[in-house]
Design a protein around this ligand. Sequence first.
Ligand code: PEP
Length: 253
Amino acid sequence: MRKKIVAGNWKMNTTFNEGIKLAKAINDLSENLSNDETVEIVIAPPFTHISGVVKETNQKNIHIAAQNCATEKNGAFTGEVSAEMLKTIGCQYVILGHSERRAYYNENSEVLNKKINQVLAEHMIPIFCCGEQLAERNSGNHFKVVADQISEVLFNLTETQMESVVIAYEPVWAIGTGVTASKEQAQEMHAYIRKIITDKFGLSVSDKLSILYGGSVKPANAKEIFEQLDVDGGLIGGASLEADSFIEIVKSL
Ligand code: PEP
């Protein structure tokens, strides 16, 4: 059975105190959900909040993610945060390759290769983001763009490493825009991604792979997207900054 995940990416939002308050509210609201072991709630606060959020959350199905990590293990890399540091403060997941990092911080496949290896070396779970721009979809190139993003980074992994990876399909035109991919568009791309992974790593890996959809998911549209055969949950931006709406989305799984 595939793991179902709803992950909230807070991006660069909330002061420390606001973040702690939000984490506490999410923790309280998920109390009655914590018996459902097939559903994982992941919270990705800014680096500065992670230790505080770890202390504030005690429900067993809540896990903490970082939004990024360094390409190197340690050393003279001023301002960077390593995967090992994140692991030692209680992170279990790291989001990698988010479109904002690709667009604003020039993260290409070479950089992401290094980061994913750091995360896997610490036995954490990478949430690897992929997705096309609007122009790429409009020109019919969306499948190739996503296939390239995946093959350039994930095809270097062993089968065992790939078993630890979660993929998030996030069409860039749907992130923070209020425009969501239709359920058909989401299912079509998720099935395509699963096929790519099957062809490279085999059915036993692809069957277990959780593929999350991200892009303007809200309580009102979560259910119809999550009901799709190859959609195993969501990566949520804006709607994860409000505990009630985030938990409503979790309940849609
Ligand atoms: C995201 O940033 O990963 C995201 C999906 O954002 P939003 O839900 O706000 O579109």
